[in-house]
Structure formats: C-alpha cells, structure tokens
Write a protein that binds this ligand. Structure first.
Ligand code: KG4
Ligand code: ZN
Length: 351
C-alpha cells in the first residue's frame, strides 16, 4: 500500500507553514514568515502575526501544493497545529484547516506543536513500525526546554525533565537584548558567538550542584531539569561590570560564553537522562536546535555515550508545516481517529 499523503498546516507564531509528506517522505516545506514586521517591536506582536497568517495562508498553500505536485483531492488527511502558541495566530490556521476539511471531506487531525517539533525527526526514516523502542526527544524552543521519553509518538510522551523558569530560546532572546544584538536573539547570538571565546567567562550552569543532582540511585529534586534565569542575570551583571569600569563590553566573548553555558548544561543533562532511562535513540527538535554549537556538542556527547542522535536540517527545526504533516502521518499510521471539526485551539497545550 502507498503511504498516506498528509497536508500539514502551522500558524502558532510568526511562521505560516504548509508542508506535505507521504508517510515519512518530505514532499514540500513551504514557509512564509512575518518576522520582518515584528523586529522593530523586539518581539512577536500577536495581532500582526494573525493578520499576516490570514494574508499568507492561501498563497502558501498554493505554493506548497504546486511544489509537491499534488492537489487537495489527492490528500488523505489534513493536520493542523491546535496549540500551544498565540491564540489568534492558531485560530487562523485551524479555521483554514477546518474549511479545507469540510470542503474536501478529508479527515482532520489536531496536532500538538511541541510533539511535532520532535516528530519531524522521523522524516526520512524507515516506516514507523521500525521505530526504535528506546526513543527520546530533546525539545529546545522559544517556549519549552524538555527531555522526553517517547513511548508512542502518536500520543504517549513522558516528561523526564524540563526548565523550571526560562526556556533556552527565551534565554537566548533575553541575553541578545542585554547585549544589544536585537531580535530574534537566537540566530544573532549564534552568529556573534562564532567570533568569541567560549571560555572567556565561566557563566553558571543552573541546577548542576549536588543538592539538585543527587545520584543515579537517589536522584535529587532537579537531576534532569534546567534553569536559565540565573544565567541571564549573570550576563547582565557582567555587562554592568564592564560598563562601570569604563571598559568596552566584549560582546562576542560574552555571547560565546553564554552560549557555551546553555549548550553545555542542555546536552549534559539530556545525555544523562537518556543513559539513566535506557534511551539509545534521541531526536533533537525546536527552534534552538538550529543553533550550530548545540548541534555540534549534542552530536559529540551523544556519540561518546553511544546514543544515536537525529538532528533535522535547520529548515525543519524552526516552525514549519512539514513537522505538522509528519506527525499527522504518524497518527494516521497508528490508526488514530480524526479530531472531528469541533475542536478548539489551546494556547498553553502541554506535550
Ligand atoms: O521552535 P521555535 O521556532 O518557536 C517556538 O515554538 O518557540 O523557536 C524559536 C526560538 C527563539 O527563541 C529563537 O531565538 C530560537 O528559537 N532560535 C535559536 C536559533 N534559531 C532560532 N536559538 C539559538 N540559535 C539559533 N541559531
Ligand atoms: Zn515551535
């Protein structure tokens, strides 16, 4: 039997994404971003994002269908992000997906954006019945930093650890603001850090002290958790000290040292959680997974620990419709019932 053809729609933040997959094969990943309109405000403005989705949706859909060389009639099911994300932005994509589903009679699946961020790592793999049994996922995005055990990508995902305050992406964005690097901060720090010394300043690795870590036999209260708010404060203090001393702020060194602190603690705790839960296959996902140093160190540490790491191409790490389609395909394959057309959006949907 041929694999199901799935159309995926994403509109949770500033990216209008339409992707098409056939099973685990990617046919297109078409994205239109309104980021340019948000930059001068230093953050995504929900009202502007919603309007941009409304304008971009149909052209993005048409471009995606053309590139995949399929028509709506060919599609077996439609999948759409129902949360988490910006309420008004989610509603544009969900309303559009419902209209398409009603007009074409295709089944519609409500998708969890967070699970889709890690499910996208299954693109290009052998069909789902070949999924490794000990699968984990490291989700690092603008709103979430979590290490997960994936029992069943179609709905059974267990949280092993998470940030107790800021998400990794949030830490990048806030730190970039402190350093005057603008918005969005992640890509800016990634770029600037390339010219800095990651060992220039030893910034704190949150929740790494023995009282939080405990031991494998007797885990402490935050063995697999992260904290990034102290790191952001340490960066601010460092900048203040240079300024108070009338010295030039070494932006590249601070950016590189900050990045090293994030990436060091993210990868070390993720690997530890995998080792102590028998996880041998790890999917990396979320916007921060686009970070070059994170990709490099995660690969290095997983290899040393005997863990097979899947790092999606950068275009599949930041928000997109292909990840929604990819998870939709897994739901269809698992024989899940469609979501109907009466579901709502959930801006704070957990994994
Ligand atoms: O997953 P995503 O696109 O949106 C959410 O679902 O949150 O993640 C956005 C986050 C932002 O905080 C952005 O600064 C960060 O991902 N990001 C990066 C990089 N590219 C995007 N962080 C570090 N390095 C990057 N290259
Ligand atoms: Zn996202």
């Amino acid at each position: 039997a041929t694999e199901p053809l799935i159309l995926g729609i994403e509109s949770s933040c500033d990216e209008t994404g339409v992707g098409v997959v056939r099973g685990t094969q990617l046919l297109t990943n078409t994205v239109s971003s309104s980021m340019d309109e948000h930059v001068r405000f230093g953050g995504v403005i929900p009202e502007i994002a919603s309007r941009a989705h409304l304008e971009a949706f149909v052209p993005t859909l048409q471009a995606a269908l053309a590139e995949a060389d399929v028509s709506l009639e060919d599609v077996d099911a439609i999948a759409v992000t129902a949360g988490p994300g910006l309420s008004g932005a989610l509603m544009v994509g969900v309303a559009a997906a419902k209209a398409l589903a009603v007009a074409t009679g295709k089944p519609l699946f409500a998708i969890n954006h967070l699970v889709a961020h890690v499910g996208v790592g299954l693109i290009g793999r052998a069909p789902a019945d070949g999924l490794p049994p000990a699968l984990g996922a490291l989700l690092v995005s603008g709103g979430h930093t979590e290490i997960l055990r994936v029992v069943d990508i179609a709905g059974d995902v267990e949280l092993l650890g998470s940030t107790i305050d800021d998400a990794a992406g949030e830490a990048y964005d806030k730190t970039a603001r402190i350093l005057g690097l603008g918005y969005p901060g992640g890509p800016a720090i990634d770029r600037v850090a390339a010219d800095g010394d990651p060992k220039a300043i030893r910034f704190p690795r949150g929740l790494s002290q023995p009282k939080y870590m405990g031991t494998a036999e007797e885990p402490g209260p935050h063995r697999y958790d992260w904290s990034f708010s102290g790191l952001k404060t340490a960066v601010a203090r460092s900048v203040e000290q240079y300024e108070a001393a009338g010295r030039e702020v070494p932006v590249a060194d601070i950016a590189a040292s900050f990045q090293e602190a994030v990436v060091d603690v993210v990868t070390s705790k993720a690997v530890l959680a995998c080792q102590e839960h028998g996880i041998t296959d790890l999917l990396l996902g979320g916007g921060v997974a686009a970070n070059r140093r994170l990709r490099e160190l995660a690969q290095e540490r997983c290899a040393a620990a005997g863990i097979t790491l899947t790092v999606p191409p950068i275009s599949l790490c930041t928000d997109n419709g292909a990840m929604v389609a990819a998870l939709g395909a897994q739901l269809v394959r698992s024989g899940r019932s469609p979501s109907g057309i009466a579901f709502g959006t959930n801006p704070s949907l957990p994994v």
